[in-house]
Design a protein around this ligand. Structure first.
Ligand SMILES: [Zn+2]
Length: 472
């Protein structure tokens, strides 16, 4: 009878098919690296063509299941922090640390790590918001972490509500016992937790120098300050940046949920992580208020998985920041570079705020491209606050480069920055060379869009300042 034959034959064929897909994917990855290309999603793309249900098979490689991290900003850093903590917990982690966060990138992460068909403790994956419904359906995550939702790449996702709907669909698709980890300070994100039985919230507390600064909120690119339940404008008691803060709706009484994992920074800059475990001081290797939210998200993620809080401080201080996320690199002539990917007004404003708060004088190199991965529309640059007086005092010189260098230069000029301070060089190499030569003994902030970051990475690799980018 052929049905018997099927039952006996199927597992072996499935196993064979999966093995071939993985071997093939690894081979493509190896070839791609050999040719000097990143190739972070090509292996997965080709393997998925050969085996369309690849992810459903691969997810079984993670013994303790899969965690998906999504949101507009902070996915990569939150995942890097959580990975560092889990490594100290002695868990092996499958992770797309190269930032390839579409379906093919997720498949590549599963195929490229460990032994062929070997197992890992956890799959920890950052996922693009629009990819969340499919990632959730195929990977059946045990946990979804949402960092925040800002207006981002409008031409790809449309309005804010579209991004939220993608995440909402993924959440609805998750099993009833699935765990949500949500930012309490983002009204729309926190609202995803309504009617869900297992939610852990994280948030920021007011302690000293963070918190409502009227000057800060005045220019923020805030875009979702209406009550998610009734649509009435929300009242804020504290606003950290954009629409993140402590809020309440005067009309229906809806308010910020009490977070169980909290971070705060005092006037001296000391950072504290708080929860039902008490509190622990944290030494952060990367600057920026937004990285405190990433810390809180990573702590909430890992503590909910059963990690002991004592492992967190050492894991954070020793973490290797993801490329383009504020790690510092020292150039041959002593110039300190800080690389910060910019992709939307809120993120850009946060980088500018960090520049302004650092004690030393700084220079800036901005590289703006408008390829698909950058977002084709660069009008969002007009929502970035270059008008800030402090910024104009603090930045000695602006180098501007990339495909849309002139749009950027015009934006700076309209912000009132002296034209003599702005240098436009179309070639990213020429701009980097010039900026490095003139930034001896100060910090050069390099702010590229996504594809420009890849170019800058190549340039720094050629100068021997960055190790060749490896994956897998
Ligand atoms: Zn309301």
């Amino acid at each position: 009878m052929h049905s018997t034959e099927n039952e006996e034959g199927e597992p072996a064929i499935r196993y064979l098919r999966l093995t071939i897909a993985i071997l093939f994917g690894r081979f493509v990855g190896w070839l791609s690296r050999l040719g000097g290309h990143g190739g972070s999603s090509l292996p997965g793309k080709l393997a998925l063509r050969w085996h369309p249900h690849l992810l459903q098979e691969l997810r079984q490689r993670a013994v303790h299941g899969t965690v998906l991290v999504t949101g507009t900003n902070g996915k990569t850093t939150t995942t890097a922090m959580a990975r560092s903590i889990l490594t100290r917990h002695a868990w092996s982690v499958i992770n797309n640390h190269n930032g390839a966060n579409l379906i093919a990138g997720l498949a590549t992460a599963f195929m490229g790590q460990g032994r062929i068909l070997g197992r890992a403790d956890l799959a920890l994956l950052e996922v693009d918001e629009a990819t969340m419904p499919r990632a959730s359906a195929e990977l059946k995550p045990r946990m979804i972490v949402v960092t925040n939702v800002f207006r981002d790449q409008l031409d790809r996702y449309g309005e804010l509500s579209t991004t939220l709907r993608f995440i909402q669909r993924a959440v609805e698709d998750m099993a009833e016992d699935g765990q949500l980890v949500l930012n309490a300070d983002d009204p729309q994100v926190a609202y995803l937790g309504r009617d869900r039985p297992h939610v852990v919230y994280f948030g920021m507390e007011v302690d000293g120098n963070v918190g409502s600064d009227p000057g800060r909120t005045a220019y923020d690119a805030s875009d979702s300050t209406r009550c998610p339940r009734c649509g009435h404008p929300l009242e804020y008691f504290t606003r950290f940046y954009a629409h993140l803060g402590h809020y309440r709706c005067g009309a229906c009484g809806h308010e910020r949920p009490q977070p169980t994992i909290r971070v705060a920074q005092d006037k001296a800059g000391t950072i504290t992580l708080m929860g039902d475990f008490g509190w622990v001081p944290i030494d952060m290797p990367i600057p920026g208020l937004y990285n405190l939210y990433n810390l809180a998200a990573a702590a909430a993620l890992t503590l909910t998985l059963g990690v002991h809080v004592d492992l967190v401080p050492a894991a954070i201080v020793s973490m290797v920041p993801a490329f383009g996320r504020m790690e510092s690199i020292v150039a041959e002539n002593g110039t300190v570079l800080r690389l910060a990917l910019v992709k939307n007004p809120v993120g850009f404003n946060q980088v500018l705020d960090t520049m302004v708060q650092s004690p030393e004088g700084n220079h800036a190199l901005v590289v703006i491209n408008d390829r698909y991965a950058d977002g084709r529309d660069v009008s969002w640059l007009w929502d970035v606050n270059f008008e800030s007086e402090l910024l104009q005092q603090k930045i000695g010189r602006w180098w501007v480069s990339g495909i849309r260098a002139w749009d950027m230069a015009v934006r700076l000029k309209y912000a009132g920055i002296e034209p003599s301070k702005i240098v436009v060089l179309a070639s990213a190499k020429a701009a980097l060379d010039a900026a490095l030569a003139e930034s001896r003994d100060c910090t050069l902030y390099v702010m590229p869009t996504y594809t420009a970051l890849l170019e800058v990475r190549d340039l720094l690799t050629r100068r021997g300042l960055v190790k060749h980018f490896r994956e897998g």
